[in-house]
Design a protein around this ligand. Structure first.
Ligand code: SF4
Length: 444
């Protein structure tokens, strides 16, 4: 079936018959499709036609106390304190310059991610929070989330976060089974984990999330049950169940190991446990306890995002941009150093990214909506893109024929089986143009 560029798209049945875990489509287009622009765009131009009253502000802190074996995120482990200070200085400059050029009206959601934002000292965290409140019109009740790791969180930092309006803490625990953790390349001490969870529960921050991983070679069903059940004992508002990926240049990738064959089975086991415990499924990975409300106003399919920090992306409807991307430690350090040395005026330019034409914008909308349980609002899609999603993106027909999706008068939604295949369906919906750019990217 030809797509809108006249190119051939793989049939869904062939994609399903191949690798069931082609990729995690959490953002589209993927950063590996970004390139250096021949003509950088100045931010006032890039943001001139955007709605600046529903912005998401994301701050990326690329530091961790260790590099987990499965991790391909943009982060440096055990950086010298001087590098952390220089990066905060650069983020301060970037924040001031970008805010001055974009002229934001209202920030309705905030997240600090990474890396591990709580790798910063308490004073550094305070400095960053004050800086953001000073430069950006953040709504007082805006959902505000911060990622932490067990070894970097303490009562002082949590108090600072709470006092600055943080309402959600997300912590990667991955497993409560030592053998599993060692195989994942993330040794961690159970007492530290339990202590950090207790501190979070006592902190007065409304919502906390735990991330868990399944599909590690050697992980048994009972290991996975033990991990999920242990997590449930802490009664988190949210749980994310991540299938293991072994990606190029990561610690696990270098060992040549691959994930276990039973990821689909482990997904079903974990999902059942959470549904039985009263959690509602939000996406293949995300489960939220009934009655938990994070009050999100930002619509990720439509509203703009401002990213600050060396690895953050920013999105307008037509333009996605960021700093460069890498996975290996040495390449990441080079990008951080380059970010820290930028001339202040360079922060007023988008010089690395990808342009989204109307077709790419409609694909992004479809991917971001369909991989959520609630699916896509047909009327909202039609009013943005001029026609029903089935007409704009003919691949939808195959999803319906295969039984992976269903259509009502109002919505297009994945079935439970479709949701279980999210990591095939998401990448299958990428355009050939984006796939080709991703394939040509030289990962360093
Ligand atoms: S998984 Fe999280 S804690 Fe581990 S290296 Fe990656 S960003 Fe850091």
């Amino acid at each position: 079936m030809p797509n809108l560029n006249g190119e051939m798209t793989t049939r869904l049945s062939d994609a399903i018959a191949g690798d069931h875990y082609a990729g995690y489509a959490y953002a589209y287009p993927h950063k590996t499709s970004y390139r250096l622009f021949d003509h950088p765009v100045d931010l006032p131009t890039a943001w001139s036609d955007e709605d600046k009253s529903r912005l998401f502000l994301y701050v990326h802190l690329p530091f961790c106390e260790m590099r987990c074996g499965f991790c391909n995120l943009f982060t440096a482990s055990q950086p010298p304190s001087e590098l952390v200070r220089q990066t905060l200085d650069a983020i301060e400059t970037q924040s001031r310059v970008v805010s001055g050029r974009v002229e934001p009206q209202r920030v309705v959601q905030v997240a600090f991610g990474g890396g591990t934002p709580t790798y910063l000292t308490a004073d550094e965290l305070e400095r960053l929070l004050v800086m953001m409140r000073c430069d950006w019109p953040i709504e007082s009740e805006a959902p505000f989330s911060v990622e932490v790791s067990p070894a970097t969180v303490d009562a002082t930092k949590l108090t600072i976060l709470r006092d600055h309006g943080v309402r959600r803490i997300s912590m990667g625990v991955q497993s409560f089974v030592s053998r599993d953790l060692n195989q994942l390349g993330r040794p961690q001490d159970h007492q530290t984990v339990e202590h950090s969870i207790e501190l979070i529960r006592q902190s007065g921050i409304d919502l906390f999330n735990l991330d868990l991983i399944y599909g590690n070679q050697g992980q048994t069903e009972s290991d996975w049950f033990a991990t999920v059940r242990k997590a449930l004992q802490y009664d988190p508002g949210e749980l994310f169940l991540y299938p293991l990926y072994v990606r190029k240049l990561t610690g696990l990738g270098k060992t040549g190991r691959s994930p276990a064959e039973n990821r689909r089975h482990m997904y079903r086991l974990g999902r059942e446990l959470l549904l039985d415990a009263g959690y509602r499924q939000i996406s293949m990975r995300m489960f939220r306890k009934s009655g938990t409300d994070y009050g999100t106003q930002h619509c990720c399919q439509e509203d703009g995002m401002i990213g600050l920090g060396p690895g953050a992306r920013s999105y307008t409807r037509e333009l996605h941009y960021s700093s460069e991307y890498a996975v290996s430690g040495s390449s990441i350090r080079k990008i951080i150093d380059k970010f820290n040395r930028r001339d202040p005026e360079d922060f007023a330019l988008a010089d690395y990214g990808v342009w989204l034409n109307a077709e790419e914008q409609s694909r992004r909308y479809l991917i971001r909506s369909l991989l959520q349980v609630d699916g896509l609002d047909r009327q909202a899609f039609a009013s943005l893109f001029g026609a029903d999603v089935c007409l704009v993106l003919p691949q939808v027909e195959q999803l319906l024929e295969s039984g992976f999706a269903e259509l009502t008068a109002e919505r297009l939604m994945l079935t439970a089986e479709g949701l279980a295949h999210s990591d095939v369906i998401g990448p299958w919906l990428y355009s050939d143009a984006v796939l080709s750019r991703m394939e040509q990217f030289e990962l360093q």
